[in-house]
Design a protein around this ligand. Structure first.
Ligand code: ATP
Ligand code: MG
Length: 229
């Protein structure tokens, strides 16, 4: 057993429903090459977050398979799996703790790595502008930050674990266009360093993606680059 290496994902004939009689995803087939930037779009309820939940092993599909680096995802130990993936959820949860603690989350991560992750997430300068920098309490649920800023902290948190696959479920609630652009730039800069699987509610966020797939009622409807869709 080992950590993920390439972060190459293969989804084959994946079918899943929260109630087995009502499939939410139908026969999904997808190949996500190592280090590629993959975007997923689709209407609300089309199954985007569900697909991500299956990739993260939160649920198990009724049929079909998911492999990473050619190994079934079930074969990774919890420890290795968790250490190999980073997740930026749709509604990031911030602790009533300092900016630093919100990035380390109790993991043994050096100050240099915290700063490197914050810079990659384009949130380093924002943190430095707070009165106590990385020691500034972010408040219960991160009350003093906007949703978009919380997502940037969550990106830094995910990157601080040096994942092979970065999962991002873009916030549905309002994000100011400046922050949205920062997310877009951060993802674009990370491509080729880590496999990126990003659900986007705004096509602009993933305009630099190598491939974008459209989910429609739980089926893969289209795929292509930004300008082709
Ligand atoms: P959004 O853009 O609103 O985030 P989505 O594409 O992420 O939507 P999902 O959250 O994957 O959509 O939901 C797909 C379908 O599965 C919907 O019909 C939803 O109601 C249903 N669903 C989602 N989560 C659950 C759950 N935990 N239990 C039962 N049904 C669920
Ligand atoms: Mg969703």
């Amino acid at each position: 057993n080992a950590l993920m290496e390439s972060g190459e994902v293969h989804i084959s004939h994946l079918t899943f429903g929260y109630a087995p009689t009502h499939p939410v995803l139908h026969d999904i087939n997808l190949f996500i090459p190592s280090g590629s930037f993959f975007g997923i779009v689709g209407h609300t309820g089309s199954g985007k977050s569900t697909l991500m939940s299956l990739l993260l092993r939160f649920y198990t599909a009724q049929s079909g398979s998911i492999t990473i680096d050619g190994r079934s995802i079930a074969d990774f130990s919890d420890e290795h799996f968790r250490a190999s993936v980073g997740l930026v959820p749709q509604e990031p949860f911030l602790l009533a703790a300092s900016a630093r603690e919100n990035i380390t989350m109790g993991r043994d991560i050096s100050e240099a790595d915290v700063i490197e992750a914050a810079k990659a997430a384009h949130v380093h300068n924002l943190i430095l502008q707070l009165e106590q920098g990385y020691d500034t309490p972010l408040g219960e649920g991160g009350a003093r930050l906007s949703t978009g800023q919380k997502q940037l902290i969550a990106i830094a948190r995910a990157l601080a674990g040096k994942p092979r696959i970065l999962f991002l479920d873009e916030a549905t609630s309002h994000i100011d266009s400046e922050t949205e652009q920062i997310v877009q730039i951060a993802l674009s800069e990370l491509r080729h360093q880590v496999t990126i699987i990003a659900i986007a509610h705004r096509l602009s966020t993933i305009r630099d993606a190598d491939c974008i797939v459209v989910l429609n009622h739980g089926k893969l409807a289209e795929r292509g680059k930004h300008q082709e869709l």
